[in-house]
Write a protein that binds this ligand. Sequence first.
Ligand code: FRU
Length: 516
Amino acid sequence: MKLKIIQFCFLLFAIFSCSKNEVDLESEGQVMKAHSYRPYYHYSPAKNWMNDPNGMVYYDGQYHLFYQYYPNGTTWGPMHWAHAVSTDLFTWEDKGIKLYPDDLGYIFSGSIVIDKNNTTGFKNSANDPMVAIFTHHQNITGKQVQSLAYSNDKGLSWIKYDQNPVLKNPGINDFRDPKVVWDSKFQKWIMVLAAYDKIKIYSSLNLKEWTFESDFGQNQGDHRGVWECPDLFSIKDQNGIEKWVMIVSIGGGESSGPNGGSSTQYFIGDFNGKEFISNQTKVVWADYGTDNYAGVTWSDIPSSDGRRIFLGWMSNWVYANSTPTVGWRGEMTVPREIKLVEENGKHALYFQPVKEINNLKEAPLSSSSTVAQKDFVLENNVTVASASYIVDFEIDLSLANQFEFTIGNSLEKVSLSYQKSTGEFILDRAKSGIVDFNSLFIKPIRSPFVTTKTTLPVKILVDRSSIEIFINNGEQSITSLFFPKFQYSFMKINSNVENKYLKNITIAPLKKTIIR
Ligand code: FRU
């Protein structure tokens, strides 16, 4: 009998040792705690729910970030605008809630401009007034109108305009997310507004009275979801040629976007003060990942700087309310500089992390990592375990026509693979950790990339629960969340060839800029 019990115990042990790896990782203290998903250098709220970036504006040395915020829970609820400021785009100081819901409704997305010429008459101090143009959303009727609020103390305190709304609803259910820009050529304010399946363009001399100018996009671009969060700005290419860009986020379910759910497309064209005209016939995506939505650009960056900087919400409405963070939910992408690049007579936007990210670099891992080599393997590595780093490398595509980048531990991984023959990147997070909160999360993320280049630069940012991939200096970007159950410990770059196809690899840990 005793022998039977011992045999039975052995059997049990044998059965459970199938999951030995998990037990091992647990006993080694490798379990990711809920707080381990908190990013180190991407903006996330200290507590509760966040979605779209709003009112991004630069004034007097400070970058302002407002955002859609629900202070009473970790899922979407009655929307407020919360506020943070930074001087370097990475170190953010929380400033609390600035706009609360009122009789006209929740405070939905919108923008802020600096009214340098006091066109509104709101000025009452030495500062230029900051004017927020946002959507009031009536929760019961679903009715949406546009309203104003202003600040004369650099964004610290806000007063809602007493004649709100300034733009009434013309009978359209989806009528929201105003982005306003000063058109210096025509000396007027221009507003782009998402209206279900198109963008409406309005103009104004004082931000209070608006004239309808034109509609854009009903027969252009992707329409598998409702149009949201537009942006309109001018930008010059490397030869000084000026074009106008319209950014449009589009909602929708699992079958929308390039890889499912919330996605962002853009149009390059011209603007004549009334109409935006684009001859673009193909849909062009700003990002092929599933986690870059509702992104727009900072207003009023001084011309001496001259950059156009973009920030998106790093999530997707398909699963945004169920990602496995505790006490907070939602993070922003890294701020990205947009460049207009002309190649063979065609224009495209390139998105790259802003240069300020270089100031966060700790000493690179090792100088030997910068020499040419075949495959690259880091095992049980502290930097990988910190999950807050930047990797740069180049692939010589004349020597290797495929490669794979992988991070993970003995049970979990995220991998990015490229095949020159299929001309496609595939990001696979199906085994990355906690994935069972939504079926979209395990689908491979496919990103077409056909190139004649021989040397392909790749930049990868990892920050605890996110990976952002920038291919060929930002010609393509892929942004994705992931939630490991256990700490990742290795990084690999490999191919199926013996050649030294891998060049100039550097890995640098990045500093924690947001203390929570
Ligand atoms: C985009 C969006 C906007 C809206 C806001 C509400 O993510 O749906 O259209 O203003 O979120 O929170």
